[in-house]
Design a binder for this molecule. Structure first.
Ligand SMILES: Nc1nc2c(ncn2[C@@H]2O[C@H](COP(=O)(O)OP(=O)(O)OP(=O)(O)O)[C@@H](O)[C@H]2O)c(=O)[nH]1
Ligand SMILES: [Mg+2]
Ligand SMILES: [Zn+2]
Length: 280
């Protein structure tokens, strides 16, 4: 029987078939294949034996969070507590672009900064909108519900940013556990421990545990370059230019002229530098 993995806790896979959730383990044959079923995977199970026999072909997958068959991703980003980080935001955007999953930026905790502080972010927000990304606030509940309709959406972002809080607001009787953010450290304590698909009406969302740092060593330098979508507006005279060394690089020029956001370019270089010891 065909079902979808809706939750994984250590070696236990919870597979939903119609309205029933069946706890399964992997069949011996599947175990040998060494491909672990992920939340979001469509699988064939033996309902009597409670085993997953086969993982059906994935449309896509992400490594962090480790999920499959996703339509779009909400990058939940707080202004404060934890502090806004363009580095994490860009890293998630790159990861999603490479995996061809549509990113949506959802800003939280606007209430924790005053209007003067907010002004500092206005141009940054506008810049991401100009690239083509949807940017919205966690207070825009009805708008968010419309975007989520008929899609499978993964909620990702820094721990303590407010993913579970937002999901609780979207679905009144959900009662996901939410955490206090440690003020001393300015980072959360990983309140959400596992990935889970929540299904309501026409909406499927995945709550995931946040992270405090993220690395992505599994991609190619070229993929990272292409994931910075706005770079395509400034074709370089050097076809294979990585926009890091050449002095006549058009991207560098655009950065100097203020056309490309400095933090975007710096994050790009920072991501490339993660690869400096690698051969590709
Ligand atoms: N002031 C304010 N606090 C918020 C907002 N959104 C969430 N919070 C608070 O932020 C804290 C962390 O929220 P969570 O929803 O647990 O964060 P999370 O992203 O799910 O965190 P992890 O599960 O650890 O990844 C809680 O104390 C929330 O009440 C907001 O818009 N404004
Ligand atoms: Mg959470
Ligand atoms: Zn260049």
């Amino acid at each position: 029987m065909k079902g979808q993995v809706v939750k994984v806790i250590s070696e236990k896979f919870f597979v939903k078939i119609n309205d029933e959730v069946i706890e399964c383990s992997q069949s011996g044959k599947l175990k040998n294949k060494k491909t672990l079923p992920l939340v979001g995977d469509f699988v064939n199970i033996d309902k009597e034996k409670h085993v997953i026999n086969e993982i059906l072909q994935r449309r896509n997958m992400l490594i962090r969070p480790n999920v499959a068959n996703i339509t779009q991703a909400f990058i939940v980003t707080s202004f404060k507590n934890p502090d806004f980080s363009t580095n994490l935001l860009d890293k998630l955007l790159v990861q999603l672009e490479i995996n061809k999953i549509k990113p949506i930026i959802c800003l939280t905790k606007r209430d924790l900064i005053n209007n003067d502080e907010f002004l500092k972010y206005k141009d940054i927000i506008k810049y991401y909108e100009d690239i083509g990304y949807i940017v919205l606030y966690n207070t825009e509940i009805e708008k968010i519900k419309k975007i989520l309709e008929k899609k499978i959406t993964v909620f990702t972002g820094q721990t303590g940013a407010g993913k579970s809080t937002l999901l609780n607001k979207l679905f009144k009787d959900l009662n996901l556990k939410v955490g206090e953010v440690s003020l001393a450290l300015g980072r959360g304590k990983h309140t959400t421990r596992h990935i889970e698909i929540i299904e309501k009406d026409n909406i499927k969302v995945l709550d995931t545990p946040g992270f405090s740092a993220l690395s992505f060593l599994e991609y190619k330098r070229e993929d990272i370059k292409n994931a910075f979508l706005e770079f395509q507006k400034y074709p370089c005279i050097y076809k294979d230019c990585m926009h890091d060394k050449e002095s006549e690089c058009m991207i560098k020029k655009a950065v100097n002229e203020g056309k490309i956001l400095k933090s975007r370019y710096e994050n790009y270089l920072n991501f490339l530098s993660e690869f400096k010891d690698r051969k590709w």
